[in-house]
Ligand binder design. Structure first.
Ligand SMILES: Cc1cc2nc3c(=O)[nH]c(=O)nc-3n(C[C@H](O)[C@H](O)[C@H](O)COP(=O)(O)O)c2cc1C
Length: 208
């Protein structure tokens, strides 16, 4: 009952070069230095063993346009389905790992597994984010990431939702009016992300 959650597409590639995607809602940010995320995956999933063997996966954020594919990738298995091709998704070659992301996604995190916690029904893969790429269409003229334009979706109690109205921002409850001009600062370049064009082609590499 801990909702809403992101519904991300977890990308992996096996040793023969076959790509797969699975949907995960049990994913989260767990550390900022080093930047780390987690994703909990049932042992039965086809993706589980591939990620365990290769130690790599990507997390692609999902949008309204990707909602159908997100659901499909969460109900069909890569054992007998080529989800990239059936959903007409384009694999995005990663800069630092072999596992592909999804070109149609606005933000892709490249992750290297550091620990696997055997929790019970699910194994939690704790991984370092070794690269981030963003669709450059989401960068404004100052290089600031405008994620609010991405139409991200959330998963809550078995259903998908677009995000609602903006009702505040970090720290607004204590911010003095005078300090607000400084909010515009903070560009994607400063945060060490890789830009890529809408086609998925990287256009510039920042910090890797
Ligand atoms: C919205 C949604 C969220 C899901 N979250 C998870 C999850 O966090 N962990 C998990 O193991 N399976 C999750 N699943 C189920 C897998 O995505 C599903 O079993 C998928 O078919 C596995 O694909 P694979 O066999 O190709 O790896 C989710 C499914 C949906 C639709």
């Amino acid at each position: 009952m801990l909702y809403p959650l992101p519904a991300v597409l977890v990308g992996c590639r096996d040793e023969e070069g076959r790509d797969n995607l699975m949907t995960a809602a049990w994913a989260g940010t767990v550390c900022s230095d080093p930047v780390m995320v987690s994703v909990s995956i049932r042992k039965e999933r086809y993706s589980h063993d591939i990620i365990e063997r290769t130690g790599e996966f990507t997390l692609s954020l999902t949008t309204k346009k990707l909602a159908f594919a997100t659901d499909f990738c969460g109900v069909k298995s890569g054992r007998d389905t080529d989800k990239f091709s059936l959903m007409k998704l384009t694999p995005l070659e990663s800069a630092r790992i072999s596992a592909p992301g999804v070109s149609e996604s606005p933000v892709v995190l490249e992750c290297r597994v550091k620990q696997i916690l055997r929790l019970g029904s699910h194994d939690m893969f704790v991984a370092e984010v070794v690269n981030v790429s963003v669709d450059e269409a989401l960068l404004d003229e100052n290089g600031k990431l405008t994620l609010e334009r991405a139409d991200l979706i959330a998963y809550s109690h078995g259903e998908y939702f677009t995000l609602g109205d903006k009702i505040g921002k970090f720290g607004y409850s204590v911010r003095k009016k005078r300090g607000r001009a400084a909010e515009a600062k903070g560009s994607a370049a400063a945060k060490g992300v890789r830009r890529r064009s809408g086609s998925g082609k990287p256009v510039k590499k920042y910090k890797n």
